[in-house]
Design a protein around this ligand. Sequence first.
Ligand code: GRF
Length: 196
Amino acid sequence: MLASGSGTNLQALLDAHAVPPGLGVEFSLVLSDVPSARALARAEAASVPTAVVRWSDHPDRASFTTAVCDRVEASGAEAMVLAGFMRILGGEAIERYPNRILNIHPALLPAFPGVRAVEQALEHGVKVTGVTVHMVDEQVDHGPIVSQEPVPVFPDDDAEALHARLQAVEHRLYPAAVAAFAAGRLEVRGRTVIWR
Ligand code: GRF
């Protein structure tokens, strides 16, 4: 699991895994680029090993990516689950983990990719936004879509209120997607992910 921030999605995965039959996964590592990320404290509380790979310790994206992949591989992990990981991984990660990196995004992709997805939706005045779980490919917030769920936008919403509504959905959608992925139930055909 890779996270840069508060780690509420990590917590949702840990909590879902704690309820039998669990998610069918092993949490082998929580890795962050931010030493103070709350996600790391959540991992420690759940006795999951942690690692920090700092962006500033690396001259470029390629060497940062190699360091992240090497650390993930050393943990024994067979896949990566990204939630709020604020660094873009280079092509080596997709080569080493093809269709084995999941990400969650707080918008209905391909609408509002990149940072500030919640603010972008408010600025655009959409009535509906949502959550997307997708496989990571070479482009940002672009890979094959695993699952999506719409979330209404209300007239008085600010970014905080809307993000809270989105996160409640994230915390349900991501565990379901991760469990399906771990069970080998997600077949990727081109851009389409078929749930088996
Ligand atoms: C989530 O809203 C996710 O969609 C986005 O970053 C946020 C991470 O939240 N990519 P958290 O750290 O899991 O609380």
